[in-house]
Design a protein around this ligand. Structure first.
Ligand SMILES: [Zn+2]
Length: 1003
């Protein structure tokens, strides 16, 4: 007991403030020699370790991180699961390793134990004797380390070496015990704060950047300096009397040199070597800036560009958190793209300002405020992503918050997000890990800033840094500071944003407007009007929500607490209130903002546009406008033609919210009869409700439709469920159920080649799966169901009451595509379809040889009716589907078909950014179909058994607005039964010039 009291007294003052906190004392002395031809760095390492924990230690552990980048490691296996075999297939001498030899602890030889074997990124040793609290020991070992030729943070390429990991590194011992944790693709590092003496023996011409200062020897900067007028700042005396002696730099072999580096209070030591490095220096305050870039980078990194940006980042971070705790920052252009942070060093793939702000920000959140990166990656990645966004806002750039928020919302709605506070390798995949710890965690910091305000947020960051710099931090440490500075209980916010993925939805409930002078109690303040607003919380998420009352001449805003399901707030205004708006700045992550407004005055316009705030616009056909904070309604006139109604005029209205909800369509048309003989004059319409907000459910889509369209009426109801375990790989499943009733009513519009005079009611269940790897894809779709045909005389397809009106209808389709090397690619489609009962199904439900059945084309005004623009006498259009024998007449159908479509394409040009003609390719194709059973065809008088075609085609892909489409021209020069050909008048030679056109791909 007394011993414990004495121990407590020995602790420095700041640790007495946080009695449960302690960190171990570690000092490394490393001598290492690089053999460039083999890429191997060989070292001798001495670790002085003092146990400042309250526990007696019986073991000791080291990270050997380079062993992740070799076959059989947990990293390599995790990659392979996601189809990324970058390290599992590497061979000697390309893979990385870190071997330890002759390990002596307390002067005695010890045997290595690899607790995660076959992974060897952690090695453990039993201590020769227990190490009680306060006691210290020395660990000595020799090792060999080689980076991999496939870079991932570390790497080597010729004479370039990015030694991000290289030395055996002490595993943190904290209140959870030894933090032994293998290295995975998801998750980064965790280290003990330590001092490092590193003696590096390398070839004379190497240029070196490293953590720490070069206390003696030549890092090569002078010779590489691109700005000789500015002398190099070595800071050799930065550490004053604690600086190790300069004797470590003498005695190098001819052609080689020795450089001694020293650093204090860092939990990692990184370095990068390249004899070609160009050097430029600068500083911010007392912090030296060293930039090392590649030959050829002169314009993008040189002439002070990278130095300026690094200084800018230091200045921003200095005012944001406080004074940088280390002597220098080295910014190097590494082998790999992207960027990774290390104490006093950032390895960047470019000199982009945002990247530098992000990575240098990590010197604060990760470097000096050292979180356990695999346990709480959000505390460094989310944090530095947040401060980068704040930087750009301060610099006057448009905020990236709206984009980040919308991205996370879409994933939340699909239940694709996981909470940020999760051990890194337990995320379902690498993408999910990244979305959680970078993007969703960034949003957490934005929400905190929204809740406490900018000024308080700034004070939180400063207090957090002041209290915890050069220590290990975690959520509790950050939350305690945030609560203390803001004087708020933030437990709910932290719980929801770090440990859950709740949806948020606030809505305006009842509103009461009281005019001064009316009966009000308590008496009104000196303003004319008081608006009482009921704020409803309709989803589990809770966050304070701003309530605004917009009045004729002024606006009032209060913030509601957001916890209660119903909460009343009062807002005084000087003028008459016009509208109530919740969350006008879009900061609450509210998934449904359509219910966030209420109009307080009558207006005629609201009879037509009932939801306040609706953005009404002219729809330009190819792009539907979508907004985060309100419903959109696009209006468009339409016009088309068919032989019955003649010129048909219409008015269409399309709604949208978030690009996924309320995708309703209203259409009213008038057939004028103009331009045709015996024209029909008719008023038609279609009303579709798709994905109503009230039916929101993850990955579920619902459609309800009523139509009276050009001689047929009916209803459709459909639900579809999509499921996808992983966002970037693996299968996507869809399941759907559709009920459709179609009643042909006016045969002046209908081609009897497609329709029998019967109505059909049909239910279909379908399931499909698609899988994509690289540019190869495979999809399967199966549907099964049946229906009932009836006519006015009764339930009969033929009008004969003795026939069975019930029919079965099912289809199976498999489509595969893959690149064949160079500009070639191939595709195949296998199709089988059945639509039959005792007789063939009604004509409109049969399986078509050429393409889609008529009901599939119901929503297309250019296809559905007799003489429409794409089905005119001389126009050969193919709507893909059915057996896909594109060269034959589109009216030919039967009860059951099996078909195969083959296509070989060769790309002619690809222009990724072009709108029209962004890709063109030539194709050769062949289609084969075999009918099974069926009755005699009116066209030929016999049953069709086998039909095939072959030819060549041209496909050109385009993009207008948000719409992508293809113009496809196929020339089926061979048709096995020419009398069935598209252009029957062409003769009866199987080889003829024929053509067919489409706006859709062949399959
Ligand atoms: Zn980062």
């Amino acid at each position: 007991m007394i011993a414990l009291v004495l121990l407590a007294l020995q602790q420095p003052a700041d640790q007495r403030d946080h009695p449960s906190y302690w960190q171990q004392d570690v000092a490394y002395t490393i001598t290492a020699r690089l053999d460039e031809p083999s890429g191997v760095l060989s070292g001798a390492e001495q670790i002085h370790y003092r146990n400042r924990s309250p526990d007696t230690l019986s073991s000791f552990a080291l990270h050997l991180y380079l062993n992740a980048f070799r076959p059989g490691s947990r990293w390599a296996d995790a990659d392979s699961v996601e189809g990324n075999r970058r390290f599992n297939d590497l061979r000697d001498p390309d893979y990385a390793f870190n071997h330890v030899r002759q390990v002596r602890i307390m002067g005695l030889a010890v045997e290595p134990i690899y607790p995660f074997a076959p992974d060897s990124t952690v090695v453990r040793f039993a201590l020769p004797r227990a190490l009680p609290p306060g006691d210290s020991m020395t660990v000595e070992l020799d090792w060999d380390a080689r980076p991999s030729t496939v870079p991932r943070r570390q790497g080597r390429e010729g004479r370039r070496f990015d030694f991000a990991q290289w030395y055996p590194k002490v595993v943190v011992y904290d209140r959870y015990g030894w933090e032994e944790h293998p290295l995975y693709p998801a998750g980064e590092f965790y280290g003990e704060f330590a001092s490092f003496i590193v003696d590096l023996d390398v070839l004379q011409d190497q240029v070196i950047g490293a953590t720490g200062v070069a206390v003696c020897g030549d890092p090569g900067w002078e010779r590489a300096n691109q700005n000789p007028s500015r002398p190099v700042e070595y800071q050799r005396d930065y550490y004053g009397s604690r600086t190790p002696s300069s004797d470590g730099c003498a005695g190098a072999a001819p052609g080689r040199k020795r450089v001694r580096w020293y650093a204090e209070d860092v939990h990692h030591f990184a370095m990068s070597l390249n004899p070609g490095y160009r050097y430029e220096g600068g500083h911010f305050g007392e912090v030296a800036v060293h930039v090392l870039y590649q030959p050829g980078d002169e314009a993008k990194w040189g002439q002070g560009v990278a130095v300026d940006r690094t200084q800018t980042a230091l200045a921003w971070l200095d005012q944001l958190y406080g004074k940088f705790a280390w002597p220098q920052i080295t910014n190097v252009h590494r082998i790999e793209g992207g960027g990774t942070e290390f104490p006093m060093m950032i390895m960047d793939g470019s000199a982009d300002q945002g990247l530098i702000i992000h990575e240098l920000g990590h010197n604060y959140t990760m470097g000096m405020l050292a979180n356990n990166e695999w346990r709480e990656g959000w505390l460094d990645e989310g944090f530095t992503s947040f401060q980068t966004t704040w930087f750009w806002e301060v610099m006057g750039r448009p905020s990236t918050y709206p984009g980040t928020e919308a991205q996370i919302l879409a994933l939340d709605l699909d239940r694709q997000t996981e909470p940020p506070s999760q051990v890194s390798e337990t995320y379902k995949d690498f993408t999910s890990y990244q979305i959680a710890i970078y993007t969703r965690a960034e949003l957490f910091f934005h929400q905190l800033r929204y809740v406490v305000g900018d000024e308080t947020m700034h004070r939180i960051l400063q207090a957090f840094y002041e209290r915890w710099k050069l220590k290990h931090v975690d959520e509790a440490a950050f939350r305690a500071v945030a609560e203390e500075v803001s004087h708020r209980d933030l437990s709910g916010l932290f719980a929801q944003w770090l440990h859950g993925t709740e949806l948020y939805d606030y809505a305006v409930g009842r509103v009461k407007v009281i005019r001064k002078g009316g009966k009000s109690f308590p008496p009104l303040p000196p303003s004319e009007w008081l608006t009482r607003v009921e704020v409803l919380r309709k989803s589990p998420g809770r966050i304070p929500v701003d309530v605004a009352v917009i009045a004729e001449d002024d606006t009032a805003v209060v913030r509601a607490g957001g916890d209660a399901e119903r909460e009343w707030v009062e807002l005084p205004t000087r003028s008459r209130p016009v509208e109530v708006v919740l969350d006008p700045e879009v900061r609450t992550h509210d998934w449904n903002m359509v219910n966030n407004r209420k109009a307080l005055r009558f207006s005629l316009a609201r009879l037509f546009i009932p939801i306040p705030g609706t953005d009404v616009y002219f729809h330009r056909y190819f792009s539907t406008r979508s907004r985060r904070d309100r419903l959109t309604t696009g209006l468009q006139p339409t016009v088309w033609y068919n032989d019955a109604g003649g010129i048909t005029l219409g008015y269409r209205q399309r709604d949208d919210y978030l690009g996924r909800f309320a995708q309703n369509v209203g259409l009213v048309t008038l057939s004028t009869g103009w331009g045709t003989d015996n024209g029909v004059t008719d008023v038609n319409g279609l009303f579709r409700i798709r994905n109503p907000l009230r039916l929101q459910a993850a990955n579920l889509s619902e459609t309800f439709e009523w139509f009276y369209l050009e001689g047929r009426y009916g209803l459709t109801a459909s639900v579809e469920k999509t499921s996808q375990e992983h966002l970037t790989f693996g299968p996507i499943w869809t399941r759907s159920l559709t009920l459709q009733w179609v009643h042909p009513d006016d045969f002046r519009y209908l081609d009897r080649g497609y329709y029998d005079d019967v109505g059909t009611v049909e239910l279909q269940a379908s399931t499909g799966v698609s899988l994509r790897t690289g540019r190869s894809s495979l999809s399967l779709r199966f549907s099964t169901g049946g229906g009932l045909a009836y006519n006015r005389a009764g339930l009969a397809a033929s009008g004969r009451s003795d026939l069975d009106p019930f029919y079965y209808r099912g289809t199976f389709e498999a489509i595969g595509r893959r690149p064949l090397g160079g500009r070639w690619s191939g595709g195949a489609r296998l199709f089988a379809g059945v639509a039959t009962g005792n007789n063939d199904a009604a004509k409109q439900r049969q399986i078509y040889f050429q393409g889609a059945d008529p009901l599939t084309q119901l929503s297309n005004p250019f296809l559905r009716s007799r003489g429409a623009l794409l089905v005119g006498e001389d126009f050969h259009y193919q709507a893909p589907g059915g057996a896909g024998v594109r060269g034959i007449d589109s009216r030919v159908s039967t009860g059951a078909i099996v078909a195969l479509n083959l296509e070989l394409t060769r790309a002619l040009l690809t222009r990724a950014n072009a709108k029209l003609f962004n890709r063109a390719s030539l194709a050769a194709f062949g289609d084969l179909a075999q009918a099974i059973g069926g009755s005699a065809q009116p066209l030929t008088g016999d049953r069709i058994r086998f039909v095939a075609d072959a030819g060549v085609g041209l496909r050109i892909e385009h993009r207008i607005g948000d719409t992508r489409f293809v113009t496809r021209l196929d020339l089926p020069v061979y048709v096995s039964r020419p009398e069935l050909g598209q252009d029957r008048s062409a003769g009866d030679d199987p080889f003829e010039f024929r053509w067919v056109f489409s706006f859709q791909p062949e399959f």
